[in-house]
Structure formats: C-alpha cells, structure tokens
Design a protein around this ligand. Structure first.
Ligand code: ADP
Length: 189
C-alpha cells in the first residue's frame, strides 16, 4: 500500500492537487472536509454537530474525524493506497492514523506539505468564497482557520519530519508547476 498525506494550511491547494494525484496514481482520496460536508448535506447528527465548529473556523473534535477515517479505511480493504487530504490535523489524529495503518500492516510513506505565503492563502480563500458557497469562506472565519492551523495543525509536519517522511514543497506556483513538484516526490517513493 502507498499512503500519502497531502498537507498544508487552508487554501494551499490540497483538494485541487488530490484530484490530480488520484487521476495519475490511482489512490483512494479521503478528505475529512469533504466527508464532513457530506454529513452536513445529509443532515446527520454528526454533520449538524460538526457544522457548529466548521462555521466558527474551529477544528471538529478528534474522535469524530478519527471515527470517520476508521470506517472509510474499513470500507476499502483492497485499496492500493490512500491520499489523506485535510487529515491528520492534530498530533492526536496523526498517532491514531498511524495505529490504524499499523493494523493493516502499513504506514505513511510521505507527508507532502504545500507551503504558501499567508497573504496568498487569504486571497485564494476569499476568491473561493465568491464561488464555493462554503459558509466558512469569509474573512473572519478564514483568519480563525489560519490560527487553528498554526496552533494545532502545523505540529503534524514536525511529527512526520521526526519519522523522516516530510517533503515540503513550494505551493504558490501554478497548479501544473505544483503538481510537477508533487510528482517528483511520488515517483521517487
Ligand atoms: P480547508 O483545507 O480549506 O481548511 P477543509 O475542507 O479541509 O478545508 O476543512 C474545512 C473544515 O472542516 C475545517 O476548518 C474544520 O472545521 C473541519 N475539518 C476538516 N478536516 C478536519 C480534521 N481532520 N480535524 C478537525 N476538523 C476538520
């Protein structure tokens, strides 16, 4: 199995690049943001609870997202690998993911981190807000999401750096330039 984490702050291009990666490498895409938005549109209890955090720019509790990932891993026992997008977002989530993968005799091969300056992130997220209809793409919530990222999520890169699998990349080039950089890492694995 080949398991990759696509990592970076909100607006760094994880969703866009995940689509490119699954097309080229045939991995199963698991985005906790997408899974949570699906729960919200299905009006499940989990979705209604998660929405309160998301609309406020806060992370959803670890147990909720870990449970979602656990059940998705179980639903795809024959996947040739996974691309994790927007997960793990805390060190606790990273530890839980490693345990889940260990149970399958597997591990994270690489954390690919898209590095984008903060001004560019804000610009992209405000632009996305114009077209996405996402209730968390407004200036106040964007600022809170970036703070959550710095306080809780950035440490996940250090956690995987200590395991020797952290690959930081420049994420503010064009979509195809960034995909080229990701491809260089993927092809070397
Ligand atoms: P972005 O990368 O643009 O911030 P996402 O779609 O990945 O957007 O996430 C949107 C929101 O969903 C986050 O701000 C957070 O509230 C929630 N969320 C997504 N993934 C996680 C996670 N792994 N842990 C906690 N909350 C999450």
């Amino acid at each position: 199995m080949l398991n990759i984490i696509l990592f970076g702050p909100p607006g760094s291009g994880k969703g866009t690049q995940s689509a490119n990666i699954i097309e080229k490498y045939g991995l199963k895409h698991l985005s906790t943001g997408d899974l949570l938005r699906e729960e919200i549109s299905n009006e499940t209890a989990l979705g209604l609870d998660a929405k309160r955090y998301m609309d406020n720019g806060q992370l959803v509790p670890d147990a909720v997202v870990i449970g979602m990932i656990d059940s998705k891993l179980q639903q795809h026992p024959d996947a040739k690998g996974f691309i994790f997008d927007g997960f793990p977002r805390t060190t606790e989530q990273a530890v839980a993911l490693d345990e889940l993968l260990q149970g399958k005799g597997s591990r994270i091969a690489a954390l690919i981190s898209l590095e984008v300056p903060e001004e560019e992130l804000k610009r992209r997220l405000l632009d996305r807000g114009q077209v996405s209809g996402r209730s968390d793409d407004n200036e106040e919530v964007i600022n809170k999401r970036i703070i959550e990222y710095k306080n809780k999520t950035a440490a996940v890169a250090d956690y995987y750096a200590a395991k020797g699998v952290h690959h930081p990349l420049k994420g503010n080039g064009s979509i195809s330039e960034t995909f080229q950089l990701i491809g260089n890492v993927m092809d070397a694995l």
